[in-house]
Design a protein around this ligand. Structure first.
Ligand SMILES: O=c1ccn([C@@H]2O[C@H](COP(=O)(O)O)[C@@H](O)[C@H]2O)c(=O)[nH]1
Length: 224
């Protein structure tokens, strides 16, 4: 089976990004590039990372009116990312237009509720109820909009998959049992996330901030 770990390369330093990805490339299944990297290096930087010959997950979490998001997705066509994120709370029309604008072969997935949030944070934004219910509600919206899947924590993926058996489920907030949680609030172990139904795992700091990133990636792969 192919390796289902995408390593989150979160740095504005292109040389460090390339060095990290080169070190771990044989023990991960893809590279996830997010806002920190994209704001610093844009499409040229993504192309340099794509030269490492691993699938690229472009985690830009687009969130705007439908027309603006669709135009942004069109502007990303030359990169042909394997996976691209938008925010589910942008609404159904935005999700539909993002998918329609994406290149064939790019999976468009919607972030439901950031893994750095809990139900207390939800309440502070005026949303009552549990993280679980919020994620399941937004998973239904994403499914109806015809996109490919969602981003959620490992704690909700089983419920989302029950609702959407053929969805594509991206799970960040993944931590080996002994790893520092940092700013993540809804965390699960890599094994638990896969057992619950994750399609891919996103893992950053437990690999990139390890003394030996190569060994850390290998150790995680061994538990899967
Ligand atoms: O809900 C979400 C959506 C995206 N992310 C991204 O995943 C990685 C996680 O990095 P770690 O170092 O393993 O915490 C990071 O790039 C986030 O932007 C997320 O964590 N949660």
């Amino acid at each position: 089976m192919t390796n289902r770990v995408y390593v989150a390369i979160d740095t504005p330093d292109l040389a460090r990004a390339k060095a990290l990805a080169t070190r771990v490339r044989h023990h991960v299944g893809g590279i996830k590039l997010g806002l920190e990297f994209f704001c610093a290096h844009g499409q040229a930087g993504v192309r340099e990372m794509a030269a490492l010959d691993l699938p690229i997950f472009l985690d830009l979490k687009l969130h705007d009116i439908p027309n603006t998001v669709a135009k942004a997705v069109q502007a990303l066509h030359p990169l042909h990312p394997a996976i691209l994120t938008v925010h589910a709370s942008g609404g159904r029309a935005m999700l539909e237009d993002a998918k329609a604008a994406a290149p064939i072969g790019t999976k468009v997935v919607a972030v439901t509720m950031l893994t750095s949030l809990d139900s207390g944070d939800l309440a502070a934004t005026g949303v009552q109820g549990s993280a679980h219910d919020h994620v399941v509600r937004l998973a239904g919206l994403a499914q109806e909009a015809g996109i490919d899947g969602i981003v959620c924590s490992g704690a909700e993926v089983a419920a989302a998959k029950a609702l959407w058996p053929h969805g594509f489920f991206v799970v960040p907030g993944v931590r080996p049992a002994d790893a520092a949680v940092g700013d993540q609030k809804r965390v699960v172990t890599p094994r638990a996330a896969l057992d619950a139904g994750a399609s891919i795992l996103v893992i950053g700091r437990p690999i990139t901030e390890a003394e030996d990133p190569d060994q850390a990636a290998r150790a995680i792969a061994a538990t899967l």
